[in-house]
Design a protein around this ligand. Sequence first.
Ligand SMILES: [Zn+2]
Length: 277
Amino acid sequence: MKRVAVAVAALLAAGCMTTEPPAPEVKLYALDCGSFDLANTGMFSPNHEYDGKPGKLSDPCFLIRHPKGDLFWDAGIPYSMVTPAGSASPTKTMRDKTIPDQLAQLGLAPADIEYFAISHSHYDHIGDANMFAASTWIVDKAERDWMFRDAMRGQPVFSYYSKLEGATTTLIENGADHDVFGDGSVTMIAAHGHTPGHRVLLVKTAGAGAVLIAGDMWHLAEAQTLRTVPANNTDKAETLASMDKVEALARDNKARLVRQHVPEDVAALPAFPAALE
Ligand SMILES: [Zn+2]
């Protein structure tokens, strides 16, 4: 009887030591990959909530450094779409920092990045995508099919990501979650509707907790409370379901939400080259 008790105690002690593996050292960096200054944000809802209201939008890229490799998320505004200085255009598109220059501050180059992924393939997220054609591209199959459909070939936006077609590719099918490093620290999660394969990224850091990088789930802070869906989203019902899914995910993980186009959310992260970790 006594021997059994000792054995049980030993098992319990062993269990205590093995149930919680140490969290991997994950570092999250936000890079400046452009911004917008809009005289009118009415485009973000067909129901006129934003008509005539100006707005500034951020356009970050993210680097996630993990002991097993680096993941780069989104690729910014194409330089060819930047608004010329002095323009009176009501829509100003800015991009004044390059990805290589920013990576160099960390002693890195695009060729060092093992994994590349995008929230989705709109032009303001794929400007420098070809730069990562030598990385392993992790992509939602629905998004990849949409990017390489016949109607896209020949469109100006196609040229910014065309080289990904030949990249080493990990396809995520049927809306599954994708655990990038196999330890639950960095997960690509389906949040379809803005585009057919739009995704968000859940990053768990050891010290600063969880962060949910929310792509274009909401372009404006008010869009989250008003639940507005831009007219150009590919599926409104799917978008609304994804909003619920992403908010529940943030709650369940006590995650800090980073809506990529909301400047306050991006400014709340450590200023590059500092990292959240
Ligand atoms: Zn966007």
